[in-house]
Design a protein around this ligand. Structure first.
Ligand code: GLY
Length: 579
């Protein structure tokens, strides 16, 4: 099926996105390929992230000759202020780094850890029943040991070239002098006002005088400026011990639903280097984050199952292409639910899940004409005997994506989060929200006596869906990409790679293209977009189709013989800047 409609796309670009992109539809574009503003282009460096103030801070660092790691620190410090609902010092992140000098990919895990006092039944009531999701999220119980501050320091130690302390200047100035509340932040505060009101400190910041912050209202955060000054002077140590750490622990313990985080948890925290997970696709190598994230493995599995099929010839408006993508995704999500968790605690068949023969065999399941009536986990080759049950985690979308290429050719993809929008809703005295990452664990520990891999354990990192990705061809990066969106991140990233590599869209069109995501059977199509035109054909193939908002926040940079081009997701407030 081909939909021969030229649709003016319904997702309005925020004003400051338009300052960085030209509103031009690609010539001859139809249907799902219509989305479009031209990408931002440059010859030397580029940075794309979720807020213009943060991107400007990163651009200033790159302009002054800093590395991608330096720029990321400046971007993250500002994001924690201007987009506090999505990421910050109180959260965790995964970072994928391409080193231009060595050609190597390194991945760093700055994921939060469960407190050492946590037990597998953390999110169950006294009868063993799982808590309601938001009953568990709001308060101190969901707070894991933050990893982002140490990840910033570790990235700088490895790849920084600029002076560490100067990287916080932009954020400190904005926090001291104030910045205008963005439309998105104001809207989210209004929608979440009831939960934000559950903590006095959080309410005082987001609901001044009891009223939600308004768009354009000047917001100052002197406590955050002080935290950044302390980190600028003394590094991450200033965060993990002393006054800031004590404030975090007190906020968690004094919350309405008290948590278990201790000073020992904070002082024991470590960033971990993990093996990158790389999967072949169309002659390129798609490299991302391994466990405890499911992102790299699940994206790699989807693409691996699509490899035998000529998705390029089918085109983006073809229901057959989306049948293949949707069912490949369902098969990958079935494996994700069974096998993927923190590999420091649970053996994960990482190599087996991406084994070419295994994926080729799983891909044969896609050979029919209709949607798969049933999907279950496969049996990847594995040198470890272990019986696991399917997981029952709930993940709701939030998070933020930073993509950077520097003048030396280094590339960085980092997905960063405090989990739910506004995390646990607990604000530390240091002026940042604390994560609710522990609710990314399965609340149930077992199914019929069979353990669930992603159950809570002390010191364990909850399974993530974050999929910071760098695609390499002949050893050099061709695409840097990632997105927020809970477990739909995986579909957003896989779609962007397919749109760029199979359908030949430019990076902005690939990012903006309407979403269709299938994880567990129901096909989510992006409401109010041309994706809805596929409702009827997908229904005819046997899917239940659900039109809904699909709030990705893709930020991507493509690299080719013409230089760099950047894409910023029109669904959020981000921009790309390059020179
Ligand atoms: N909390 C979002 C994720 O890690 O996938």
């Amino acid at each position: 099926m081909r939909i021969a409609l030229t649709l003016s796309f319904l997702l309005a670009l925020p004003a400051y996105a338009q300052t960085a992109t030209e509103a031009v539809a690609p010539e001859g574009a139809t249907g799902l390929a219509t989305e479009a503003t031209a990408p931002v282009t440059s010859d030397t460096w580029m940075v794309a992230a979720a807020n213009p103030l943060a991107v400007e801070a990163g651009a200033d660092v790159l302009r002054a000759g800093g590395s991608a790691a330096d720029a990321m620190i400046a971007v993250q410090a500002v994001l924690g202020l201007v987009e506090p609902q999505s990421s910050g010092l109180g959260g965790g992140a995964f970072l994928v780094w391409y080193d231009a000098a060595s050609g190597e990919i390194t991945t760093l895990d700055g994921r939060e850890t469960a407190p050492m006092a946590a037990t597998p039944t953390l999110f169950q009531d006294e009868t063993g029943a799982p808590l309601g999701f938001f009953d568990a999220v709001v308060g101190g119980l969901s707070v894991g040991t933050p990893g982002t501050p140490m990840l910033l320091e570790e990235a700088h130690r490895r790849w920084g070239t600029a002076n560490w302390s100067g990287l916080f200047d932009a954020a400190i100035t904005l926090a001291d002098e104030g910045f205008p509340t963005s439309l998105r932040l104001a809207k989210l505060v209004t929608e979440d006002a009831e939960r934000l009101a559950t903590s006095d400190a959080t309410a005082a910041y987001f609901l001044p005088n009891g009223q939600p912050l308004q768009k354009g209202e000047t917001l100052r955060n002197p406590a955050y400026a002080d935290t950044l000054r302390a980190m600028a002077a003394d590094g991450a140590a200033a965060f993990y011990s002393g006054e800031i750490a004590e404030g975090i622990v007190a906020a968690v313990r004094d919350a309405a639903l008290p948590g278990l985080l201790s000073l020992d948890d904070l002082s024991a925290y470590q960033v971990k280097e993990r093996d990158a997970v790389c999967a072949p696709y169309r002659g390129a190598e798609v490299c991302g984050m391994g466990p405890p994230s499911s992102g790299g493995l699940t994206v790699g599995q989807i693409l691996g199952m699509l490899e035998p099929y000529d998705i390029a010839a089918m085109g983006p408006d073809s229901a057959e292409a989306w049948r293949l993508i949707g069912d490949a995704s369902r098969l990958a999500f079935a494996d994700r639910g069974r096998y993927m968790a923190d590999s420091d605690f649970v053996p994960v068949p990482t190599a087996g899940l991406l084994n070419p023969a295994y994926l080729a065999e799983r891909a044969t399941l896609l050979q029919g004409d209709d949607s798969l009536p049933e999907v279950s986990a496969g049996t990847p080759p594995w040198d470890h005997a272990m019986l696991l049950a399917d997981d029952r985690s709930i993940e709701l979308p939030s998070t933020s994506q930073i993509s950077i290429v520097d003048a030396a050719g280094n590339a960085l993809s980092m997905t960063t989060t405090i989990e739910n929008g506004f995390g646990s809703r607990v604000m530390a005295p240091g002026g940042f929200l604390l994560n609710n990452e522990l609710t990314d664990f399965s609340f149930a520990t077992q199914d019929d006596g069979v353990p669930i891999a992603n159950r809570v354990e002390p010191g364990k990192r909850p399974r993530s869906s974050m999929a910071p990705t760098i695609v390499l061809r002949d050893g050099a990066p061709i695409l840097v990409v990632g997105s927020p969106g809970g477990s739909r991140i995986i579909g957003y990233v896989a779609k962007t790679i397919v749109a760029y590599m199979d359908w030949g869209m430019d990076v902005q069109a690939a990012v903006a293209m309407p979403h269709l995501v299938n994880r567990f059977g129901t096909y989510d199509v992006e409401a109010g977009t041309s994706a809805e035109d596929l409702t009827e054909p997908l229904t005819a193939l046997g899917y239940e189709v659900n039109a809904r908002d699909l709030n990705s926040g893709l930020h991507a940079i493509a690299l080719d013989e013409n230089g760099l081009s950047g894409g910023a997701d029109p669904r959020r407030e981000g921009i790309a800047i390059g020179e």
